[in-house]
Ligand binder design. Structure first.
Ligand SMILES: Nc1ncnc2c1ncn2[C@@H]1O[C@H](COP(=O)(O)OP(=O)(O)O)[C@@H](O)[C@H]1O
Ligand SMILES: [Mg+2]
Length: 365
C-alpha cells in the first residue's frame, strides 16, 4: 500500500515537521491560560492547514471534548450549531428546549422556549450559549475548527464576536482557524474582528528537508522498497519541504518503482509530480492574481533564486511607489516572501520553471 497520497484536505499518513504546532495546540486544551487557545494557521495552498485541523479532530469524543469542524464558506453558523447539537450526549439533548426548524437534511437547529419567542432567541449567540450552558454542567470542552476562512464574511464577524463573549464568560472553548494569507490579513484588518489580532498566529512554512529525507528513507526501506541514502536526499531536496509536494513525489516514487527505486524512477517521478503541481497549485495561484500582480511575478522570473526589488522596478519601467504596491499585494497573498533587505523570492518551489513554460515574453519587457 502506497503510504503517500497527494489529495488535498487529507491527513497524511505521517506528518513531517508539524509536531510543534500540534503539540502546543494539544497542550493548550488542558491549559486555560495558554495563548494557543485561540490560534490562526496561515499558509498557502498545500501548506498543510486542513491536515492539521483534521489531526486535531482526533480529540473528538475523547476526555470530554467535542470538535466542531466547519468551513467558513456556506452557512457556517448553522453548521456550527447543528454540529454541536449532533455531537451532544443524549442526556443533554433531552434537557434542551424543544427544537424547531430542522431542515430536510437535519441542518439548521433552532431552539424555542415558548410559542411566542422573542426575536433574540434566534440569534446565533443565544443559541450557542444555550447549548454551552448544558455542556458546561458536564465539563465538556468545545474545540472549534474553522477552515477556509474568507474575507469580508458577515458570518465570521458574528462567530468571532460571539466567541469573544463566551471566552470572557469562562466557557471551556478553544479555537483553531485556518486560511490563506490574503484572507487572514483581511480578517485581521476588519474593524469588528480586533479581538483576533491578539490571537496566536502560526505561519505554515515549508518543513525541514532533512525531516523529509528521513521520512522517505524510512517509509521505503521498511516496506522493502530499497531507496538509497543518496536518492532519499535528492528526493527530499526536490520537494523543498513543501507539504503537498512531499505527498506527490512520494506517491509517484512509490508507484513507479519496483523493489528498488532507481535514479530513472526518481527522474520520472519528479516530472510527473511537477505536472500535477503546476496544474493543482501554480495555475490556481496565478489565476487568483490580478494582471498587474502577475506582471510583477513574471518580472521576477529573470532571476535565479532571489530578486532585487530595484531590478524589478527597472524591468517593469514604472515608478517605484507604484510597483511597491504590487510587491505588497504579492507578499500578502503569500506568493512571494522577503528574503533580505530589498530582496524577494517565490514562496512556491518551481515557480520560475512554471512561468518560463507559461510565459508570454512580451510581459517581461
Ligand atoms: N506536515 C505534513 N507532512 C506531510 N504531508 C503533509 C503535511 N501537511 C500536509 N500534508 C499533505 O499535503 C497535502 C496538502 O495538505 P492540505 O492540508 O490539504 O493543505 P492546505 O489545506 O493548506 O491547502 C495533503 O495531501 C496532505 O496530506
Ligand atoms: Mg485546505
Amino acid at each position: 500500500m502506497n503510504p503517500f497520497n497527494p489529495a488535498f484536505g487529507r491527513k497524511p499518513e505521517h506528518f513531517v515537521g508539524r509536531d510543534h504546532v500540534i503539540s502546543e495546540f494539544s497542550a493548550a486544551l488542558e491549559d486555560p491560560n495558554s495563548p494557543w487557545r485561540t490560534t490562526i494557521l496561515i499558509g498557502i495552498r498545500g501548506s498543510g492547514k486542513t491536515a492539521i485541523l483534521s489531526d486535531i479532530q482526533k480529540f473528538d469524543n475523547q476526555k470530554k471534548k467535542i470538535t466542531v469542524n466547519v468551513t467558513a464558506t456556506d452557512d457556517m453558523l448553522n453548521n456550527i450549531l447543528s454540529e454541536i447539537y449532533r455531537k451532544m450526549p443524549k442526556s443533554i439533548k433531552k434537557s434542551l428546549p424543544s427544537i424547531s426548524d430542522i431542515s430536510a437534511f437535519g441542518i439548521g437547529v433552532k431552539f424555542i422556549e415558548s410559542k411566542d419567542v422573542p426575536n433574540f432567541t434566534n440569534s446565533f449567540r443565544f443559541q450557542l450559549t444555550k447549548m454551552l450552558d448544558f455542556l458546561k454542567q458536564q465539563k465538556i470542552q468545545i474545540i472549534f475548527l474553522i477552515d477556509e476562512v474568507q474575507k469580508h464574511s458577515e458570518d465570521m464577524r458574528n462567530f468571532v464576536t460571539t466567541y469573544q463573549h463566551i471566552v470572557r464568560e469562562n466557557y471551556d472553548v478553544v479555537l483553531l482557524m485556518a486560511g490563506l494569507p490574503e484572507a487572514i490579513s483581511s480578517v485581521l484588518r476588519d474593524r469588528v474582528l480586533t479581538f483576533l489580532r491578539r490571537a496566536n498566529r502560526v505561519t505554515l512554512e515549508n518543513v525541514s528537508v532533512k525531516l523529509v529525507q528521513l521520512e522517505y528513507f524510512e517509509s521505503f526501506n521498511t516496506a522493502n522498497k530499497k531507496l538509497s541514502l543518496k536518492l532519499s536526499q535528492d528526493a527530499a531536496q526536490a520537494t523543498f519541504g513543501y507539504p503537498y509536494l512531499i505527498q506527490l513525489l512520494g506517491y509517484y516514487l512509490w508507484q513507479i518503482s519496483g523493489s528498488r527505486v532507481t535514479p530513472k524512477n526518481f527522474k520520472e517521478a519528479v516530472v510527473r509530480s511537477k505536472v500535477e503541481l503546476f496544474r493543482n497549485v501554480h495555475e490556481l495561484i496565478l489565476d487568483s492574481l490580478s494582471p498587474k500582480d502577475r506582471d510583477f511575478i513574471f518580472a521576477m522570473s529573470h532571476d535565479d533564486v532571489e530578486s532585487n526589488f530595484s531590478d524589478i522596478v527597472e524591468r517593469m519601467g514604472k515608478k517605484k511607489n507604484y510597483i511597491s504596491n504590487y510587491r505588497k499585494r504579492c507578499l500578502e497573498a503569500g506568493v512571494i516572501k522577503a528574503t533580505g533587505y530589498g530582496k524577494i523570492s517565490y514562496t512556491l518551489p518551481y515557480m520560475k520553471e512554471f512561468l518560463e513554460e507559461n510565459c508570454n515574453p512580451n510581459q517581461l519587457r
